[in-house]
Design a protein around this ligand. Sequence first.
Ligand code: NAD
Ligand code: UDP
Length: 344
Amino acid sequence: MSGIKAPASSVRSGSISPKRSQQQRVAAVTGGAGFLGSHLCEELLKLDHEVICVDDFSTGRLDNIQHLVSTPGFKLKNHDVRAPFDLKVDAFFNFASPASPPAYQADPVGTTKTNVLGTLNGLEIAKKNGAIFVQASTSEVYGDPVISPQVETYFGNVNTIGPRACYDEGKRCAESLIFDYARCCGVTIKVGRIFNTYGPRMRPDDGRVVSNFIVQALTNQDITVYGSGSQTRSFCYVDDLIGGFLKLYQSSMGVTGPINIGNPSEFTVLELAEKIIALTNSSSRIIHLPSAVDDPQQRRPDIRKAEREIGWKPSTSVDHGLKRTIAYFERELGKVSASVALAV
Ligand code: NAD
Ligand code: UDP
């Protein structure tokens, strides 16, 4: 990633925590051993921050952060954010939550608690420390949207009693808590709404569409399209997404969000399957399985607010991002077959 500067004491006043503005900043990243969180930890270390990665390893992996463990300034705290905790930090990045539908639906009550109690516990830490609170919110707050592209002023269309609600409503409640802490307690907040992001460090068994299709294509298994495949998503490469979050973090205090962070290039799920088959030169067939319940039928971010308020837009084409992600999965699957070969 390039073009991102460490927030320095010369940054506009109010854009950073007053407490440690003249010295090295300390940032907590919950969910720091996960896909996005591990990239964020890495970039914050490059910005000369001390990083405390807080994770319970429920969907995260030590592999994602192994290379950081011996880096000066990196600390690991194995903790479930649903239980209160205490840290001395200048910034709190709230990324802990399962994000893949099979993962968040496996323990729905636990998912709601992670997003509500985990956010509340993080906000208390931010309030106590005068720290900036940065939220990994989601396009799922728009539910199955009836307008497209989705603009931040759209209130959304979520089925409160469906199997996705644990995640969607958990994230919506988190946003409401965050804005209340800003209004009532003066916490500096930054809320980014993430649209489908993919890239290296996703788990092969993550269950989301990009990892499923790439793993299926590379192993010549059937590509599992849920429903007709006419539903759409807009896919953002991880480096772009993290760059957007760093710009959001470094923005002036008045920039609270919510701000959509995603890539507006929209594809049907069927188009994605065909693209991945072509890029991997796979002999996989496409098969159709039953639709997922309450599956949003269209999703595309309106990113004009991100361009206007934080000067950000994505720069990685889906073809380029997919090629890099395919190369990563080839290495990951190679590791698995090498260990199977060793075990035989
Ligand atoms: P991920 O599953 O790879 O990472 C989530 C991390 O949170 C994991 O390391 C997991 O172990 C940790 N975690 C979960 N519950 C926890 C708990 N109770 N206590 C401590 N740690 C816990 O998923 P990701 O894609 O990296 O998502 C990271 C964040 O971004 C999540 O908050 C997710 O909702 C949000 N998000 C991601 C996307 C995306 O497309 N990747 C889209 C929208 C929002
Ligand atoms: N999907 C699919 N096959 C899969 C996994 C997902 O067709 O093996 C579809 C899913 O039904 C949805 C889209 O791909 O329409 C994106 O799903 P994902 O789980 O990646 O994310 P989300 O639904 O949360 O956007």
